[in-house]
Design a protein around this ligand. Structure first.
Ligand SMILES: Cc1cc2nc3c(=O)[nH]c(=O)nc-3n(C[C@H](O)[C@H](O)[C@H](O)COP(=O)(O)OP(=O)(O)OC[C@H]3O[C@@H](n4cnc5c(N)ncnc54)[C@H](O)[C@@H]3O)c2cc1C
Length: 425
């Protein structure tokens, strides 16, 4: 099976298929899942000289990592307030610093490996749809004070130089965030793992595991890997391979659409190479790609697979609401992807037993966080640091099964309602 039809798979370039696992192999570490979490872990282990084998059920970047919005910015899905409530001020700040490190690591990986066409644009505008700026200004001060992180407040006239929209009143500009072509990024990282001697097997779903002994054994339809360490990095695509992980993950779908080529019309709406997201609790995000010729627009979540066509109507309504001048802009393609969420909304990064590790549940904020979590997990496996302890408060809690999914959908709808009230208020 190939990649799903997305803007990224259409513009991928290199698309060599890797062989499936056959026969019995040995490694220092076997990593199940070829998304950014699994590949970052594999890359860091391979850099330290470990022999790694990655097993990917489909293709590298088949999951969320190869089809997302591509926006790389600090923070976690959990949100600052909830994190602070669980771990206190000091640890919340340390976690936020880690999330900034994730942004910088991914930038360094792309730059150092010279991954062609991976870096698409620089900067992020966080947009507000109602007229109140006091908390935004406080946020700028707090980020400068606590993290030495530069954000800039833009009023309506300054914002007008970037966006032709009456919908937004203010923005925060974050010049250090950036946006990428995620699938090219993943393929570039995979190539580097192989250059370092690692092995990546595509079309190799792990179907069995025995991790009780010193040697961990992972089996596929045609092969078997025996390794000292086993890492599970299966994200929102986590199946029944490790029941404990499955119970801890809610799979949540989200959506993106790609416009037709319309550089002139788009230039009449968006005049920035930065990415945008609106700061509603259930907000949208978008950016120009292809040198300003196309618009990618994303948003919405559902807990049951919905047809992207139905969601496109909603996303288009949002787009035209913000930019009436794009009313005729055609949508050429839409797709969905599945994110993995824990009940506490934070990544689950830790150890299930000696030599058995997990790195999952990055939710909708997975680009910076997988990049740092893979590094931190590799440090733990290599015995180099105990930074993994920062994730200990966010364990493999039961996510609630079907009731958990229903609760997630209701929470999302509630947030949408609250957003509407805030805009009207
Ligand atoms: C539409 C969309 C837009 C998003 N936008 C953004 C954004 O702009 N910025 C941001 O930071 N985050 C964004 N995210 C979130 C981000 O993409 C994810 O959090 C992140 O990619 C998760 O990475 P992962 O490696 O954990 O999971 P995945 O990338 O999903 O990888 C898991 C892999 O495991 C494989 N797998 C599963 N089971 C097995 C098995 N038994 N054997 C072998 N392999 C298996 C799957 O095939 C899959 O390739 C978005 C997500 C989506 C879906």
């Amino acid at each position: 099976m190939g990649y799903p039809d997305t803007y990224y798979s259409r513009t991928l370039g290199e698309r060599r298929e890797r062989a499936a696992l056959t026969g019995a192999e040995d490694a220092d570490a076997v990593i199940v899942g070829g998304g950014l979490a699994g590949l970052t872990t594999a890359l860091e282990l391979a850099r330290a000289g470990r022999r790694v084998i990655v097993l990917e059920a489909e293709r590298v970047g088949f999951g969320a990592s190869g089809r997302n919005g591509g926006i790389v910015s600090p923070a976690f899905s959990g949100g600052d307030e909830a994190i602070r409530a669980r771990v206190g001020d000091a640890d919340a700040r340390a976690l936020h610093r880690l999330s900034i490190e994730g942004v910088e690591r991914l930038r360094a990986t792309i730059t150092d490996l010279k991954i062609e066409g991976a870096m698409v644009g620089q900067g992020l505008l966080s947009l507000r749809r109602f007229d109140r700026a006091d908390d935004m200004k406080r946020h700028v001060e707090a980020f400068a004070r606590d993290f030495g992180y530069e954000l800039r407040y833009l009023d309506r006239s300054e914002l007008g130089a970037h966006l032709q929209s009456q919908r937004y009143f203010h923005a925060l500009s974050d010049p250090a965030s950036f946006h990428i072509h995620p699938l090219r990024t993943l393929r570039g990282i995979a190539a580097e793992i192989e250059r370092l001697g690692g092995r990546i097997c595509e079309q190799s779903p792990a179907t069995g595991q025995d991790t009780t002994g010193a040697a961990k054994v992972i089996t596929t339809a045609q092969g078997r890997v025996t390794a000292r360490d086993a890492v599970f990095a299966t994200g929102g695509y986590t199946g029944s391979l490790v029941p404990r992980l499955r119970r801890a993950i809610l799979p949540i779908a989200t959506y993106l659409m790609m416009s037709e080529e319309a550089p002139d019309r788009l230039a009449g709406a968006i005049r920035t190479g930065a990415a945008m997201y609106d700061d509603r609790r259930a907000g949208d995000y978008y950016r120009l790609v292809d040198g300003g010729r196309r618009l990618l627009w994303g948003g919405r979540i559902t807990t049951r697979a919905a047809s992207p066509a139905g969601i496109v109507r909603e996303l288009r309504r949002e787009m035209v609401g913000a930019y009436p001048q794009l009313a005729d802009l055609k949508v050429e393609l839409a797709w969905s992807g599945t994110m993995g969420y824990a009940r506490h909304l934070m990544p689950q990064v830790g150890q299930m037993g000696p030599g058995v590790w997990h790195v999952t549940a990055f939710g909708g904020h997975g680009l910076n966080t997988t990049a740092i979590a893979g590094k931190v997990l590799a440090e733990a496996i290599l015995g180099e640091s105990d930074r993994i302890a920062m994730f200990r408060p966010f364990g493999l809690d039961w996510a609630g099964g079907l009731a958990g999914l229903m609760a997630a959908q209701l929470t999302y709808w509630k947030l949408q309602m609250q957003d509407r009230w805030r805009e009207r208020g």
